[in-house]
Design a binder for this molecule. Structure first.
Ligand code: SER
Length: 320
């Protein structure tokens, strides 16, 4: 079988996408590529891995060619908050890295490339409620600009070069395996750590900041479902909105307090992350994804909170 390459395999999504793909396609067929951060033990043990710096065109070209790659899940990305303070590295990874992946894919006849976009591809001029798939984008963060670039570049390689590039605008992702710390939506993960460890959490976004969010099992499902969708039914390619849930810090705090007795949340607003969050949608219209490849999420705020607390308690009591 031809091989699947997952970049960013140590990241929040990559560390869960690799096991999901290995279960479907066989451990030996899914190559986990990481760079700076060590891969989680289960990812290292369940199949092959390589060290890959996506900012190096030569390294990417060599790896894709030598490994006989058929599909690439390009998950490497510097998230929104970190990108604002590390402009050069964010540009190198998010913009040059994406270009390097697409060029290597074309040169080595890769069959399909999946490049996630984000709610960050929208900006302050975008209609915020039920944001349409096609609307004003104009993001004002480097991360968002790089995601719009990835969408357009993906569509370009599809239209002009015949490469099957697909992508989806993911909301904030909530998960218990690998804690994200470089983004703006991460408070919705950190709140669960705070609740279990000390029954409290100080939130860096204001109580009424509504953002689209998604639980990891839905995120993995959305990525794999899009990759496997019949291409003849797709009118969009690298730019699908995908919605799941949408809530504010005060609403998730209520859901956590209903499950963790004595939990309390207070607020200390970080102006940088607050401004980023304020420029993003409140909720997404994902009709195109539902119609073109049958997208439906499974988790709401309550079922997600139950599952998060259950799994994170186990992880933290195991010393994770
Ligand atoms: N979770 C990301 C971030 O906050 C959004 O794509 O940066």
């Amino acid at each position: 079988m031809k091989k699947i390459l997952v970049t960013g395999a140590a990241g929040q999504i990559g560390s869960e996408l690799v096991p999901a793909l290995r279960e479907r396609h066989g451990g030996e067929n899914v190559i986990a590529a990481g760079h700076r951060t060590a891969l989680p033990a289960d990812v290292q043990e369940s199949g092959p891995s390589i060290k890959l710096d996506v900012t190096s065109a030569a390294e990417v070209m060599k790896a894709v060619g030598e490994l006989g790659i058929e599909t690439i899940y390009h998950m490497s990305s510097i998230l929104s908050a970190l990108a604002e303070s590390n402009r050069q590295i964010a540009y190198a990874v998010n913009i040059n890295g994406t270009y390097n992946i697409l060029e290597a894919a074309v040169s080595h006849n890769v069959g399909q490339v999946i490049i996630p976009s984000s709610i960050a591809a929208f900006g302050p001029d975008t209609p915020q409620e039920n944001t349409p798939n096609e609307t004003i984008q104009r993001p004002n963060t480097l991360y968002g600009i790089s995601k719009v670039f990835g969408e357009h570049l993906g569509n370009y390689y599809h239209e002009k070069l015949g490469l099957d590039v697909r992508g989806l605008r993911l909301p904030g992702i909530i998960s218990w395996k690998t804690e994200p710390t470089a983004g703006t939506t991460d408070y919705a993960v950190a709140i669960f750590y705070g609740a279990i460890r000390e029954k409290k959490y100080t939130c860096y976004l204001g109580p009424h900041t509504r953002l689209p969010m998604m639980y990891m099992p839905d995120c993995i499902k959305s990525i794999i479902d899009l990759a496997q969708a019949d291409g003849s039914g797709l009118k969009h390619h690298a730019d699908f909105n995908v919605g799941a849930v949408s809530f504010t810090p005060s609403e998730i705090a209520e859901a956590v307090a209903a499950r963790v007795e004595g939990f309390e949340m207070d607020y200390k607003i970080d102006p940088m992350r607050q401004a980023i969050a304020d420029s993003w949608p409140d909720s997404l219209d994902d009709t195109a994804a539902r119609e073109e490849w049958g997208w439906t999420p499974s988790y709401d705020l309550d079922s997600m909170s139950d599952d998060m607390l259950k799994n994170l308690k186990i992880k933290l009591s195991d010393g994770g």
